[in-house]
Design a protein around this ligand. Sequence first.
Ligand SMILES: Nc1ncnc2c1ncn2[C@@H]1O[C@H](COP(=O)(O)OP(=O)(O)OP(=O)(O)O)[C@@H](O)[C@H]1O
Ligand SMILES: [Mg+2]
Length: 228
Amino acid sequence: MDLAPSACKSKTLSIGVPRRLAPLLERHRYKGAYGGRGGGKSHFFAEMLLARCYGGPTRAACIREVQNNLKESVRQLLVDKIQRMGLGWFFDVLGTEIRGRNGSIIIFKGMQSYNAENIKSLEGFDIAWVEEAQTLSAHSLKLLRPTLRAEGSELWFSWNPRHDTDAVDRFFRGGRQVTGGIAVEINWDGNPWFPDVLRQEKDDDYASDPETAEHVWGTNAIKAQKNG
Ligand SMILES: Nc1ncnc2c1ncn2[C@@H]1O[C@H](COP(=O)(O)OP(=O)(O)OP(=O)(O)O)[C@@H](O)[C@H]1O
Ligand SMILES: [Mg+2]
């Protein structure tokens, strides 16, 4: 398995991390993981989030641009991970939030529910993880950044790149290096747990339409735009 040599340890937790995502284990204010489908981005951030909440009291918001109901959030992924990581005794899974015995809390929100006033409820949060960040609007990104202001707070982004004009791509890869920011690319071939069911999907996609498949599974639209 292509795992980073020093898997992240939080107390007795031991977590395997794909080698390409290892730079995201360091402290950075802005962390990004981008790439095609099935790279392991969501699983990585889910495990990191639970490890942080377990390791010390942490307030975390799982954000997406639009969230009409909890099913659209990463809640179920976190619930499954809690079981797999043997942390059922530590986390209480409630309706709209997950609480840790040490006071940690994880909430799930769509940016559409926030405006300049009520987003202040996130000011004391330590982590905001934005999933499917390719759909995050420039407005939402602008609201979110100065809101997270706790000492050492971090903003995490996972996404499948579409256009180099998307706010998250501009932010991380738009020319000027973001202070305190790091973004790492990972695709299916960097995921040590890439499952057979997705491998079959990928192979079928490449067999029927290689160009479209490359947009879905490969390093996709942005490279194509830059070369074209
Ligand atoms: N840490 C992990 N432990 C166990 N399985 C994993 C892990 N990371 C990834 N996988 C496996 O790889 C699959 C793809 O991972 P994941 O869903 O995190 O990819 P992704 O990059 O978020 O994909 P997408 O861009 O489609 O959202 C998962 O469904 C799971 O089967
Ligand atoms: Mg994902």
